[in-house]
Design a protein around this ligand. Structure first.
Ligand code: HEC
Length: 84
């Protein structure tokens, strides 16, 4: 049953990288990075605009990157740094 759900999701990560990054962020990151928190998503977007690599490096060091696949982190990092 689970696999039926996961397979189309994985394909949509590849074809719709930008909106999927936002979705992943909302699912995995937003609870700590809402507007009004110390580092809201608007701050992250400003600080990391065009700096996908900076986010990727943080993800390897910080606890929030654990439990996510490289691909998921990559998709999130691209969305966050793309400013869209
Ligand atoms: C459990 C809470 C929590 C979750 C979940 C979380 N973060 Fe964070 N994040 C923090 C906190 C707290 C800091 C600030 C650390 C500091 O400044 O000392 C931080 C810092 C960051 C920074 C660096 C900010 C800076 O000042 O440069 C980035 C980028 C970031 N988070 C991205 C993410 C992403 C992407 C996700 C989801 C994959 C995520 N975070 C999920 C709590 C969280």
């Amino acid at each position: 049953m689970r696999r039926v759900l996961i397979v189309p999701l994985v394909f949509s990560y590849i074809s719709l990288a930008v909106p999927e990054g936002r979705l992943l962020f909302e699912n995995h990151c937003l609870r700590c990075h809402t507007e009004g928190s110390k580092k809201p998503v608007s701050y992250l977007k400003r600080k990391y605009r065009n700096n996908t690599r900076g986010i990727l490096e943080l993800a390897r060091r910080c606890p929030w990157g654990r439990g996510l696949s490289e691909m998921e982190i990559g998709v999130i990092a691209e969305w966050l740094s793309g400013g869209k």
